[in-house]
Design a protein around this ligand. Structure first.
Ligand code: IFM
Length: 455
Protein backbone atom coordinates (compact mmCIF):
# COMPACT_ATOMS: atom_id res chain seq x y z
CA UNK A 1 0.00 0.00 0.00
CA UNK A 2 1.33 3.46 -0.89
CA UNK A 3 1.62 5.75 2.12
CA UNK A 4 1.16 9.45 2.77
CA UNK A 5 4.72 9.76 4.03
CA UNK A 6 5.89 8.32 0.70
CA UNK A 7 4.04 11.17 -0.98
CA UNK A 8 6.01 13.76 1.02
CA UNK A 9 8.92 13.39 -1.35
CA UNK A 10 7.11 15.20 -4.14
CA UNK A 11 6.07 18.25 -2.12
CA UNK A 12 7.50 21.67 -2.92
CA UNK A 13 10.46 22.29 -0.59
CA UNK A 14 9.09 25.45 1.12
CA UNK A 15 6.19 23.74 2.83
CA UNK A 16 7.95 22.84 6.07
CA UNK A 17 8.07 25.14 9.09
CA UNK A 18 4.96 27.22 8.57
CA UNK A 19 2.62 28.76 11.05
CA UNK A 20 0.26 30.02 12.40
CA UNK A 21 -1.00 27.61 14.99
CA UNK A 22 -4.55 26.40 15.28
CA UNK A 23 -6.23 26.05 18.69
CA UNK A 24 -5.15 23.10 20.84
CA UNK A 25 -7.27 20.04 20.15
CA UNK A 26 -8.17 21.27 16.66
CA UNK A 27 -9.81 18.51 14.60
CA UNK A 28 -7.95 17.89 11.35
CA UNK A 29 -10.49 15.74 9.66
CA UNK A 30 -11.65 14.36 6.37
CA UNK A 31 -15.26 13.84 5.33
CA UNK A 32 -17.19 11.23 3.42
CA UNK A 33 -20.79 10.07 2.89
CA UNK A 34 -22.22 6.57 2.64
CA UNK A 35 -24.20 7.13 -0.56
CA UNK A 36 -21.07 8.34 -2.35
CA UNK A 37 -18.67 5.61 -1.26
CA UNK A 38 -20.57 2.49 -0.21
CA UNK A 39 -21.98 0.09 -2.79
CA UNK A 40 -25.61 -1.03 -2.82
CA UNK A 41 -24.60 -4.43 -1.48
CA UNK A 42 -26.45 -5.42 1.69
CA UNK A 43 -28.79 -2.46 1.94
CA UNK A 44 -32.31 -1.48 0.92
CA UNK A 45 -33.15 0.61 -2.13
CA UNK A 46 -32.81 4.37 -1.80
CA UNK A 47 -34.24 7.50 -3.43
CA UNK A 48 -30.84 8.03 -5.08
CA UNK A 49 -30.83 4.48 -6.52
CA UNK A 50 -34.16 5.28 -8.17
CA UNK A 51 -32.91 8.65 -9.43
CA UNK A 52 -29.58 7.32 -10.71
CA UNK A 53 -31.21 4.38 -12.50
CA UNK A 54 -33.30 6.74 -14.62
CA UNK A 55 -31.59 7.64 -17.87
CA UNK A 56 -30.30 11.17 -18.23
CA UNK A 57 -30.05 12.02 -14.53
CA UNK A 58 -26.33 11.39 -14.01
CA UNK A 59 -23.97 13.40 -16.21
CA UNK A 60 -21.51 10.61 -16.98
CA UNK A 61 -24.16 7.88 -17.21
CA UNK A 62 -22.81 6.18 -14.07
CA UNK A 63 -24.78 4.87 -11.11
CA UNK A 64 -24.01 4.50 -7.43
CA UNK A 65 -24.18 0.68 -7.60
CA UNK A 66 -20.50 0.10 -6.75
CA UNK A 67 -18.91 3.43 -5.75
CA UNK A 68 -15.62 2.86 -3.90
CA UNK A 69 -16.88 -0.19 -1.97
CA UNK A 70 -16.07 1.56 1.27
CA UNK A 71 -18.20 -0.91 3.20
CA UNK A 72 -15.55 -3.58 2.56
CA UNK A 73 -12.47 -1.47 1.75
CA UNK A 74 -12.67 0.93 4.70
CA UNK A 75 -9.71 -0.64 6.56
CA UNK A 76 -7.37 0.35 3.71
CA UNK A 77 -8.73 3.90 3.41
CA UNK A 78 -8.67 4.48 7.15
CA UNK A 79 -5.13 3.10 7.47
CA UNK A 80 -3.89 5.51 4.81
CA UNK A 81 -5.56 8.46 6.54
CA UNK A 82 -4.41 7.31 9.97
CA UNK A 83 -0.82 7.12 8.77
CA UNK A 84 -1.13 10.75 7.61
CA UNK A 85 -2.15 11.76 11.14
CA UNK A 86 -5.74 12.66 10.26
CA UNK A 87 -7.40 12.82 13.67
CA UNK A 88 -11.10 13.00 12.80
CA UNK A 89 -13.27 11.18 10.27
CA UNK A 90 -16.70 12.41 9.28
CA UNK A 91 -18.84 9.68 7.75
CA UNK A 92 -22.54 9.07 7.33
CA UNK A 93 -24.79 6.15 8.09
CA UNK A 94 -26.76 4.78 5.17
CA UNK A 95 -30.35 4.90 6.36
CA UNK A 96 -31.34 2.19 3.82
CA UNK A 97 -28.76 -0.08 5.47
CA UNK A 98 -30.06 0.52 9.00
CA UNK A 99 -33.77 0.21 8.15
CA UNK A 100 -33.74 -1.47 4.73
CA UNK A 101 -37.38 -2.48 4.38
CA UNK A 102 -39.50 -0.36 6.62
CA UNK A 103 -39.84 1.44 9.94
CA UNK A 104 -39.22 -0.19 13.29
CA UNK A 105 -36.62 -2.76 14.10
CA UNK A 106 -33.24 -2.02 12.48
CA UNK A 107 -31.08 -4.50 10.59
CA UNK A 108 -28.51 -6.04 12.93
CA UNK A 109 -26.18 -6.65 9.97
CA UNK A 110 -26.35 -2.96 9.07
CA UNK A 111 -25.64 -1.84 12.62
CA UNK A 112 -22.80 -4.32 12.99
CA UNK A 113 -21.08 -2.99 9.88
CA UNK A 114 -20.95 0.49 11.42
CA UNK A 115 -19.75 -0.98 14.72
CA UNK A 116 -16.75 -2.34 12.86
CA UNK A 117 -16.13 0.85 10.90
CA UNK A 118 -16.28 3.05 13.99
CA UNK A 119 -13.98 0.74 15.90
CA UNK A 120 -11.52 0.90 13.02
CA UNK A 121 -11.62 4.73 12.95
CA UNK A 122 -10.82 4.75 16.66
CA UNK A 123 -8.05 2.19 16.19
CA UNK A 124 -6.50 4.43 13.53
CA UNK A 125 -6.56 7.43 15.88
CA UNK A 126 -9.51 9.19 14.27
CA UNK A 127 -12.40 10.63 16.23
CA UNK A 128 -15.62 9.67 14.45
CA UNK A 129 -18.06 12.43 13.53
CA UNK A 130 -21.34 10.99 12.29
CA UNK A 131 -23.87 12.46 9.91
CA UNK A 132 -27.16 10.69 10.43
CA UNK A 133 -28.77 11.70 7.13
CA UNK A 134 -26.65 12.54 4.10
CA UNK A 135 -29.36 12.41 1.41
CA UNK A 136 -29.93 8.66 0.94
CA UNK A 137 -33.50 7.94 1.94
CA UNK A 138 -34.93 4.41 1.89
CA UNK A 139 -37.75 4.33 -0.64
CA UNK A 140 -40.24 3.16 1.98
CA UNK A 141 -39.68 6.49 3.81
CA UNK A 142 -41.06 8.62 0.95
CA UNK A 143 -39.77 12.17 0.58
CA UNK A 144 -39.88 15.54 2.32
CA UNK A 145 -43.21 16.62 0.88
CA UNK A 146 -44.62 14.31 3.50
CA UNK A 147 -44.50 15.57 7.09
CA UNK A 148 -44.28 11.95 8.29
CA UNK A 149 -40.68 11.82 6.97
CA UNK A 150 -39.67 13.96 9.96
CA UNK A 151 -40.98 11.42 12.46
CA UNK A 152 -39.35 8.57 10.54
CA UNK A 153 -36.00 10.35 10.72
CA UNK A 154 -36.46 10.93 14.44
CA UNK A 155 -36.96 7.20 15.01
CA UNK A 156 -33.86 6.50 12.94
CA UNK A 157 -31.86 9.05 14.99
CA UNK A 158 -33.05 7.33 18.15
CA UNK A 159 -31.73 3.97 16.87
CA UNK A 160 -28.34 5.44 15.91
CA UNK A 161 -27.67 7.45 19.02
CA UNK A 162 -28.65 4.58 21.32
CA UNK A 163 -26.37 2.14 19.56
CA UNK A 164 -23.33 4.30 18.77
CA UNK A 165 -23.56 7.17 21.26
CA UNK A 166 -20.82 5.71 23.44
CA UNK A 167 -18.17 5.99 20.70
CA UNK A 168 -19.11 9.07 18.68
CA UNK A 169 -18.54 12.46 20.31
CA UNK A 170 -19.79 14.63 17.42
CA UNK A 171 -23.16 14.13 15.73
CA UNK A 172 -24.76 15.93 12.81
CA UNK A 173 -28.47 15.37 12.17
CA UNK A 174 -28.65 16.45 8.52
CA UNK A 175 -26.17 17.23 5.82
CA UNK A 176 -26.95 20.38 3.85
CA UNK A 177 -30.75 20.39 4.05
CA UNK A 178 -30.53 23.57 1.94
CA UNK A 179 -28.88 21.68 -0.94
CA UNK A 180 -31.59 19.02 -0.69
CA UNK A 181 -34.42 21.57 -0.76
CA UNK A 182 -32.85 23.54 -3.61
CA UNK A 183 -31.39 20.85 -5.88
CA UNK A 184 -33.92 18.11 -5.13
CA UNK A 185 -37.20 20.00 -4.72
CA UNK A 186 -36.85 23.44 -6.35
CA UNK A 187 -34.57 22.84 -9.31
CA UNK A 188 -35.05 19.13 -10.12
CA UNK A 189 -31.34 18.33 -10.36
CA UNK A 190 -31.10 15.85 -7.49
CA UNK A 191 -33.36 13.13 -6.10
CA UNK A 192 -36.34 13.19 -5.99
CA UNK A 193 -36.11 15.42 -9.08
CA UNK A 194 -38.91 17.87 -8.23
CA UNK A 195 -39.09 21.44 -9.43
CA UNK A 196 -41.80 23.35 -7.62
CA UNK A 197 -42.06 26.12 -5.06
CA UNK A 198 -44.57 24.10 -3.07
CA UNK A 199 -42.30 21.05 -2.88
CA UNK A 200 -39.37 23.28 -1.92
CA UNK A 201 -41.35 24.93 0.89
CA UNK A 202 -42.35 21.53 2.24
CA UNK A 203 -38.76 20.31 2.04
CA UNK A 204 -37.52 23.34 3.98
CA UNK A 205 -39.99 23.01 6.80
CA UNK A 206 -40.10 19.23 7.08
CA UNK A 207 -36.31 18.98 7.12
CA UNK A 208 -36.10 21.65 9.82
CA UNK A 209 -38.72 19.75 11.76
CA UNK A 210 -36.90 16.44 11.24
CA UNK A 211 -33.72 18.05 12.47
CA UNK A 212 -35.38 19.33 15.64
CA UNK A 213 -36.90 15.93 16.39
CA UNK A 214 -33.66 14.10 15.61
CA UNK A 215 -31.66 16.38 17.89
CA UNK A 216 -34.18 15.91 20.69
CA UNK A 217 -33.74 12.13 20.36
CA UNK A 218 -29.96 12.54 20.28
CA UNK A 219 -29.92 14.74 23.36
CA UNK A 220 -32.02 12.21 25.26
CA UNK A 221 -29.69 9.33 24.35
CA UNK A 222 -26.17 10.71 24.14
CA UNK A 223 -23.81 10.47 27.07
CA UNK A 224 -22.36 13.59 28.68
CA UNK A 225 -19.65 15.06 26.50
CA UNK A 226 -21.14 13.97 23.19
CA UNK A 227 -22.47 16.89 21.14
CA UNK A 228 -25.14 17.00 18.47
CA UNK A 229 -26.06 19.64 15.92
CA UNK A 230 -26.38 19.81 12.16
CA UNK A 231 -24.49 20.81 9.02
CA UNK A 232 -25.58 23.43 6.52
CA UNK A 233 -23.97 24.44 3.24
CA UNK A 234 -23.39 28.07 4.20
CA UNK A 235 -22.35 30.44 1.49
CA UNK A 236 -22.29 34.22 1.29
CA UNK A 237 -24.65 35.31 -1.48
CA UNK A 238 -23.99 38.12 -3.93
CA UNK A 239 -26.05 39.43 -6.83
CA UNK A 240 -24.83 38.19 -10.19
CA UNK A 241 -24.94 41.69 -11.70
CA UNK A 242 -25.55 45.20 -10.42
CA UNK A 243 -29.17 45.17 -11.59
CA UNK A 244 -31.97 45.83 -9.10
CA UNK A 245 -33.55 42.50 -9.96
CA UNK A 246 -30.40 40.60 -9.11
CA UNK A 247 -30.01 42.55 -5.87
CA UNK A 248 -33.49 41.38 -4.85
CA UNK A 249 -32.73 37.87 -6.05
CA UNK A 250 -29.68 37.87 -3.78
CA UNK A 251 -31.82 38.76 -0.77
CA UNK A 252 -34.21 35.91 -1.55
CA UNK A 253 -31.30 33.54 -2.19
CA UNK A 254 -29.69 34.44 1.14
CA UNK A 255 -33.03 33.94 2.90
CA UNK A 256 -33.62 30.55 1.25
CA UNK A 257 -30.04 29.28 1.28
CA UNK A 258 -28.69 30.48 4.65
CA UNK A 259 -31.29 32.08 6.89
CA UNK A 260 -34.19 29.63 6.40
CA UNK A 261 -32.01 27.17 8.34
CA UNK A 262 -29.93 29.25 10.72
CA UNK A 263 -32.68 31.59 11.92
CA UNK A 264 -35.23 28.98 13.07
CA UNK A 265 -32.47 26.77 14.49
CA UNK A 266 -31.37 29.64 16.71
CA UNK A 267 -34.94 30.49 17.72
CA UNK A 268 -35.67 33.42 15.41
CA UNK A 269 -38.31 31.89 13.17
CA UNK A 270 -38.27 31.97 9.41
CA UNK A 271 -37.04 35.01 7.50
CA UNK A 272 -39.89 37.03 6.05
CA UNK A 273 -39.02 36.30 2.42
CA UNK A 274 -39.28 32.54 2.97
CA UNK A 275 -42.50 32.60 5.01
CA UNK A 276 -44.92 32.37 2.06
CA UNK A 277 -43.17 29.13 1.02
CA UNK A 278 -43.16 27.42 4.41
CA UNK A 279 -46.26 28.80 6.12
CA UNK A 280 -48.70 26.24 4.68
CA UNK A 281 -46.70 23.46 6.36
CA UNK A 282 -46.15 24.93 9.84
CA UNK A 283 -48.22 23.46 12.67
CA UNK A 284 -48.56 24.63 16.21
CA UNK A 285 -45.47 23.76 18.27
CA UNK A 286 -43.18 23.15 15.28
CA UNK A 287 -41.06 26.27 15.72
CA UNK A 288 -40.25 25.37 19.33
CA UNK A 289 -39.10 21.89 18.22
CA UNK A 290 -36.91 23.43 15.51
CA UNK A 291 -35.33 26.05 17.83
CA UNK A 292 -32.62 23.75 19.15
CA UNK A 293 -30.08 26.53 19.82
CA UNK A 294 -27.16 24.13 19.39
CA UNK A 295 -23.82 24.68 21.09
CA UNK A 296 -22.02 24.20 17.77
CA UNK A 297 -22.83 24.39 14.11
CA UNK A 298 -21.44 22.42 11.18
CA UNK A 299 -20.73 24.49 8.10
CA UNK A 300 -19.83 23.23 4.65
CA UNK A 301 -18.15 25.87 2.56
CA UNK A 302 -16.85 25.73 -0.99
CA UNK A 303 -17.49 29.11 -2.60
CA UNK A 304 -19.96 31.99 -2.71
CA UNK A 305 -23.30 31.82 -4.50
CA UNK A 306 -24.21 34.42 -7.15
CA UNK A 307 -27.94 35.03 -7.49
CA UNK A 308 -29.59 35.79 -10.81
CA UNK A 309 -33.19 36.94 -10.97
CA UNK A 310 -35.27 34.50 -13.00
CA UNK A 311 -39.02 34.78 -13.24
CA UNK A 312 -39.41 31.17 -14.37
CA UNK A 313 -37.48 29.69 -11.42
CA UNK A 314 -39.78 28.33 -8.67
CA UNK A 315 -37.87 30.52 -6.20
CA UNK A 316 -37.53 33.59 -8.43
CA UNK A 317 -33.76 33.21 -8.69
CA UNK A 318 -31.15 30.82 -9.99
CA UNK A 319 -27.94 30.22 -8.05
CA UNK A 320 -24.80 30.63 -10.13
CA UNK A 321 -21.60 29.45 -8.55
CA UNK A 322 -19.27 31.02 -11.07
CA UNK A 323 -20.94 34.33 -11.72
CA UNK A 324 -17.84 36.30 -12.57
CA UNK A 325 -15.93 33.39 -13.97
CA UNK A 326 -13.25 35.46 -15.66
CA UNK A 327 -12.21 36.76 -12.23
CA UNK A 328 -11.97 33.36 -10.65
CA UNK A 329 -9.56 30.54 -10.40
CA UNK A 330 -11.84 27.60 -11.08
CA UNK A 331 -11.80 23.97 -10.12
CA UNK A 332 -13.74 21.34 -12.08
CA UNK A 333 -17.02 22.75 -10.83
CA UNK A 334 -16.52 25.63 -8.41
CA UNK A 335 -14.52 28.81 -8.09
CA UNK A 336 -11.81 29.15 -5.46
CA UNK A 337 -12.92 31.85 -3.00
CA UNK A 338 -11.11 31.55 0.33
CA UNK A 339 -12.21 34.98 1.57
CA UNK A 340 -15.85 33.83 1.45
CA UNK A 341 -14.92 31.28 4.11
CA UNK A 342 -13.66 33.97 6.49
CA UNK A 343 -16.76 36.03 5.75
CA UNK A 344 -19.20 33.20 6.51
CA UNK A 345 -17.39 32.08 9.65
CA UNK A 346 -17.49 35.64 10.97
CA UNK A 347 -21.16 36.01 10.07
CA UNK A 348 -22.06 32.94 12.10
CA UNK A 349 -19.87 34.13 14.93
CA UNK A 350 -21.31 37.62 15.12
CA UNK A 351 -24.95 37.00 14.16
CA UNK A 352 -25.68 33.70 15.91
CA UNK A 353 -24.15 34.07 19.37
CA UNK A 354 -20.59 32.86 18.82
CA UNK A 355 -21.21 29.10 18.71
CA UNK A 356 -18.40 26.61 18.25
CA UNK A 357 -18.05 25.94 14.53
CA UNK A 358 -16.76 22.96 12.60
CA UNK A 359 -16.10 23.35 8.88
CA UNK A 360 -17.50 19.92 8.14
CA UNK A 361 -16.61 20.09 4.43
CA UNK A 362 -14.38 22.05 2.14
CA UNK A 363 -12.49 20.73 -0.85
CA UNK A 364 -11.49 20.99 -4.46
CA UNK A 365 -12.50 18.87 -7.47
CA UNK A 366 -9.61 18.82 -9.95
CA UNK A 367 -8.54 16.88 -13.04
CA UNK A 368 -5.88 14.84 -11.31
CA UNK A 369 -3.21 13.02 -13.29
CA UNK A 370 -2.58 9.28 -13.12
CA UNK A 371 -0.16 8.23 -10.37
CA UNK A 372 3.58 8.26 -11.01
CA UNK A 373 5.79 6.29 -8.61
CA UNK A 374 2.85 5.62 -6.33
CA UNK A 375 1.86 9.29 -5.95
CA UNK A 376 -0.73 11.54 -7.59
CA UNK A 377 0.79 15.00 -7.99
CA UNK A 378 -1.86 17.68 -7.32
CA UNK A 379 -0.03 20.95 -6.55
CA UNK A 380 -3.12 23.08 -7.24
CA UNK A 381 -5.12 21.29 -4.56
CA UNK A 382 -2.29 22.00 -2.12
CA UNK A 383 -2.30 25.70 -3.04
CA UNK A 384 -6.09 25.94 -2.71
CA UNK A 385 -6.13 24.06 0.56
CA UNK A 386 -3.45 26.32 1.95
CA UNK A 387 -5.47 29.41 0.98
CA UNK A 388 -8.61 28.03 2.67
CA UNK A 389 -6.68 27.13 5.82
CA UNK A 390 -5.32 30.67 5.89
CA UNK A 391 -8.84 32.02 5.46
CA UNK A 392 -10.08 29.81 8.31
CA UNK A 393 -7.23 31.03 10.47
CA UNK A 394 -8.06 34.66 9.76
CA UNK A 395 -11.52 34.02 11.19
CA UNK A 396 -9.99 32.44 14.30
CA UNK A 397 -7.81 35.53 14.74
CA UNK A 398 -10.97 37.64 14.57
CA UNK A 399 -12.61 35.58 17.30
CA UNK A 400 -14.51 32.80 15.50
CA UNK A 401 -14.62 29.64 17.62
CA UNK A 402 -13.55 27.26 14.88
CA UNK A 403 -12.86 23.86 16.39
CA UNK A 404 -12.09 21.69 13.39
CA UNK A 405 -12.04 21.33 9.63
CA UNK A 406 -12.88 18.25 7.59
CA UNK A 407 -11.50 18.11 4.06
CA UNK A 408 -13.99 16.87 1.45
CA UNK A 409 -13.30 14.21 0.58
CA UNK A 410 -11.23 11.38 1.97
CA UNK A 411 -11.23 9.58 -1.38
CA UNK A 412 -12.50 10.37 -4.85
CA UNK A 413 -16.12 9.29 -4.97
CA UNK A 414 -19.50 9.50 -6.69
CA UNK A 415 -20.45 13.17 -6.95
CA UNK A 416 -24.22 12.63 -7.18
CA UNK A 417 -25.70 13.88 -10.48
CA UNK A 418 -22.20 14.66 -11.75
CA UNK A 419 -21.06 11.04 -11.45
CA UNK A 420 -17.41 10.08 -11.05
CA UNK A 421 -15.83 12.78 -13.20
CA UNK A 422 -15.42 15.30 -10.38
CA UNK A 423 -12.63 14.19 -8.11
CA UNK A 424 -12.20 15.86 -4.72
CA UNK A 425 -10.26 13.19 -2.81
CA UNK A 426 -6.97 13.27 -0.93
CA UNK A 427 -6.74 9.67 -2.11
CA UNK A 428 -7.28 8.72 -5.74
CA UNK A 429 -9.46 5.73 -6.51
CA UNK A 430 -8.98 3.95 -9.83
CA UNK A 431 -12.51 3.21 -11.00
CA UNK A 432 -11.56 0.06 -12.89
CA UNK A 433 -9.46 -1.62 -10.20
CA UNK A 434 -10.49 0.20 -6.98
CA UNK A 435 -6.75 0.76 -6.40
CA UNK A 436 -6.15 3.54 -3.86
CA UNK A 437 -3.23 5.97 -4.34
CA UNK A 438 -2.43 8.90 -2.05
CA UNK A 439 -2.24 12.36 -3.55
CA UNK A 440 0.51 14.82 -2.64
CA UNK A 441 -2.23 16.90 -0.99
CA UNK A 442 -2.64 14.17 1.63
CA UNK A 443 1.02 14.50 2.49
CA UNK A 444 0.63 18.29 2.64
CA UNK A 445 -2.35 17.88 4.97
CA UNK A 446 -0.23 15.52 7.08
CA UNK A 447 2.35 18.28 7.48
CA UNK A 448 -0.28 20.79 8.57
CA UNK A 449 -1.65 18.30 11.09
CA UNK A 450 1.79 17.68 12.51
CA UNK A 451 2.39 21.42 12.90
CA UNK A 452 -1.17 22.10 14.03
CA UNK A 453 -0.70 24.98 11.63
CA UNK A 454 -0.32 25.85 7.97
CA UNK A 455 2.61 24.26 6.21
O1 IFM B 1 -20.23 15.76 -2.60
C1 IFM B 1 -20.90 16.79 -1.97
C2 IFM B 1 -21.37 16.37 -0.59
O2 IFM B 1 -22.15 15.23 -0.62
C3 IFM B 1 -22.19 17.48 0.01
N1 IFM B 1 -21.46 18.72 -0.01
C4 IFM B 1 -20.86 19.14 -1.25
C5 IFM B 1 -20.01 18.02 -1.80
C6 IFM B 1 -19.32 18.45 -3.09
O3 IFM B 1 -20.24 18.87 -4.05
Amino acid sequence: MASASGALACLPSKVVGGQPDFPAGFKWGVASAAAQVESRQGRGRSNWDVFADQKGHIADGSTNAINTEFESRYPEDLAMLGSAGVNAFRFSFAWPRIQPNGPGKPSEAGLALYDRMIDEMLRQGMEPAATMFHWDMPIWAGDFRDRAAARRLADYADILTRRFGDRIPLWLALNEPNSVAAAGYAFGMHAPGLASAEAAGAAVHHQNLAQGLMLAAARANLPKGAKASTTINLQPVRPLTESRDDAQAAQMADAFWNRAWLDPLFGRGYPERVLPLVEPFIRSGDMAVIAVRPEFIGMNYYARVYAQAQAKSPLGFMPKVDGFSDKFIRTQMLPVEPDGLTEMLMRIHTEYGAPDIYVTETGFPLDDPRPVDGIVRDPKRIAYLKSYLQAAHRAIEQGARLRGLYYWSATDNWEWALGFAKTFGLIQVDRATQQRTPKASLAYYAQCIKLNGIA
